[in-house]
Write a protein that binds this ligand. Structure first.
Ligand code: SF4
Ligand code: ZN
Ligand code: ZN
Length: 317
């Protein structure tokens, strides 16, 4: 199979675009596509300082490299962020994850921050799993959201980019339909305006790029990344989530472009009306412990409540 643009051997077939490309032309094609998505969804309009959340996996490291290239063209400032969540489970997952993130930050010469939640907030995700009754990924999500908002405030960031790819988005959409979770669906967007009380917007620049394309780009551009997945993965939703993802991949094989249509149509036509219907403008209160925004009427935010359950904060403080 030959590249559609030169005489070299093609290394990837892109069925939904009906082309096959060599290493060089695939990289060019993906970088161009990445830039077009950012422009089309106005992800970086008016943005001067962008944080990229890097876990060390293929998606976030690739996102960092693609954002780095764009920062050289458009002149925005990039800050790499890695959160060491304290996930070990005998596999030193968080330690390795931080090592890969830092390797990429230093390779590109990007300014960065590594936040160790044990040092910063007094507990690890592994400890939270044992002590807090909610599912570990839900606590972890809360910790990541809080930490990212916090670092964005401290660093004066205008936006934070995360590495969700098209397969992740398709899985969120289908799972949301499946469980009828309209509130989650109404908040599922590639560009989220700042949460009330914050200034930072959240963007997902890879949301229309297939996992296979991200992986291919990472490999051919020799981006160092951690292959291991978090040892807690698949505890949320367990086998059902796993099956939804596999079935989506099977559908993609049978109907090229299926996931792209599913996500694009959701984002362009369905999410907006859902948001109008289900997301209500709400006033906020300030957490009496950390001073960060929380839902109206709450004295303590859910993050500080989690810290109290972990015994690392005194309620009276
Ligand atoms: Fe956190 Fe769950 Fe993701 Fe692991 S799989 S990093 S515990 S959200
Ligand atoms: Zn070529
Ligand atoms: Zn708080």
């Amino acid at each position: 199979m030959k590249c559609a643009k030169c005489d070299e051997k093609a290394i990837i077939k892109i069925p939904y675009a009906n082309i096959a490309l060599c290493k060089i032309h695939f990289s060019e094609w993906l970088e161009h596509r990445f830039e077009r998505i950012i422009k089309k969804y106005h992800m970086l309009d008016g943005i001067e300082r962008v944080g990229v959340a890097v876990s060390g996996g293929k998606d976030s490291t690739t996102l960092l490299h693609l954002m780095y290239k764009l920062s050289k063209i458009y002149g925005f400032e990039l800050v790499g962020i890695n959160i060491d969540l304290g996930i070990d489970m005998g596999k030193a997952y968080s330690t390795k994850s931080s090592e890969f993130a830092v390797k990429n930050f230093e390779m590109l010469g990007v300014k960065y921050k590594v936040i160790r939640i044990k040092d910063e907030y007094g507990f690890t995700i592994d400890e939270a799993k044992k002590k807090i009754k909610r599912p570990v990924c839900s606590t972890c999500g809360l910790v990541k959201r809080y930490t990212l908002n916090d670092i964005a405030e401290r660093e004066g960031l205008d936006a934070i980019a995360t590495g969700h790819n098209l397969n992740d988005m398709a899985q969120f959409v289908l799972s949301g339909y499946f469980s009828g979770d309209v509130l989650d669906l109404s908040r599922l967007k590639p560009v989220s305006q700042p949460e009330k009380g914050y200034k930072v917007k959240k963007i997902k620049p890879l949301f229309l790029i297939y996992e296979k394309e991200v992986l291919t780009y990472a490999i051919i551009n020799r981006i160092p990344f951690l292959y291991d997945s978090c040892p807690h993965t698949f505890r949320v939703g367990g086998a059902t989530q796993d099956k939804i993802r596999r079935k989506l991949e099977e559908l993609e094989d049978e109907i090229p472009g299926f996931m792209m249509m599913l996500v694009q149509n959701f984002v362009n036509k369905i999410q907006g009306p859902l948001e109008k219907e289900y997301v209500k403008e709400e006033d906020i209160s300030r957490c009496k412990i950390c001073g960060r925004p929380t839902s109206k009427g709450r004295e303590i935010c859910s993050f500080c409540a989690a810290r109290i359950s972990m015994g690392v904060l005194n309620e009276a403080r």
